[in-house]
Design a protein around this ligand. Structure first.
Ligand code: SAM
Length: 251
């Protein structure tokens, strides 16, 4: 069955066996792992992964690709026809390992969605736009450090594994990709995701202004030990947690 790649579903299919092998080696699947693949597509990663596993769950939104996967009749494959953004991950299991060559158009909202499921997740290995991976792993003081870096690093240990050239896909995307590894922290730096999100969002609302300026309606210098004459990008993840706790004390 032939399949026309759909732009609206961010479809760029992996066609490079070497890269597939490297991704599978990075995932390092163990027989009884509860792996969930988001966006299996035509199965470029799915079938090599299945060779190592007792079972594999996949979530795919495109009906035609669902039919294609079903036609391969793999008993170990559990197929969910669903939108990964709205999917209830609780129906699968705890101790999830989530993997996928993610549709680029939904990568940030999907990462935030999975952040809210972090207690069920052991780790995640994703292919993303290299630019997004660089932002997630960025250290404070760098230009790419921002909201996504702070939020992801608070709850996960993050590592950029390797880059993937455009030629490894069909159709060929305009941008480079990279593999990101996220391991859920055993002890997260905070449990208050919502409040941290609020503080981080306001802090980075005007990147070129000082924190004093960005936070003026919610926190002043007398209320925190963090130096507010700095810009948000200078604050480490731990500094943001302190800022959030100082805000909490006032409210
Ligand atoms: N894993 C395949 C590969 O590497 O060749 C396909 C990767 S392709 C970049 C992204 C896949 O995610 C497509 O199969 C697409 O249909 C699927 N997809 C897009 N949006 C989705 C969503 N909201 N929920 C689940 N799957 C989605």
């Amino acid at each position: 069955m032939s399949h026309q790649a759909r732009k609206r579903f961010g479809q760029n299919f992996l066609i490079d066996d070497q890269i597939v092998n490297r991704i599978v080696a990075t995932i390092s699947p163990k027989k009884n792992d509860n792996i969930v693949e988001i966006g299996p597509g035509k199965g470029a990663l799915t079938f090599p992964l299945l060779e190592h596993l007792e079972h594999l769950s996949v979530i795919e939104i495109d009906r035609d690709l669902i039919s294609l996967l079903k036609s391969k009749k793999q008993e170990k494959l559990i197929i969910y026809e669903a939108d990964a953004l709205k999917f209830d991950y609780g129906v699968i299991s705890n101790n999830l390992r989530i993997v996928g060559n993610l549709p680029y158009n939904i990568s940030s909202p999907l990462l935030f969605r999975l952040l809210s499921e972090k207690n069920q997740i052991i780790d995640m290995i994703f292919m993303l736009q290299k630019e997004v991976v660089d932002r997630i792993v960025a250290k404070h003081g760098s230009k790419t450090y921002g909201r996504l870096s702070v939020m992801m690093q608070t709850f996960f240990e993050v590592e950029s594994m390797f880059t993937v050239p455009k030629e490894s896909f069909d159709p060929k995307p305009k941008i480079e990709s990279a593999i990101l590894y996220l391991k859920t922290r055993a002890k997260p730096l905070t449990e208050n995701t919502k409040l941290l999100e609020k503080i981080v969002k306001v802090s980075f609302s005007q990147r070129r202004k000082t924190l004093k300026n960005c936070l003026k309606s919610i926190l002043n210098q007398e209320q925190t030990e963090i130096d507010l004459s700095q810009r948000a990008e200078m604050l480490s993840v731990e500094n943001f947690i302190t800022l959030m706790k100082d805000y909490e004390k006032q409210n």
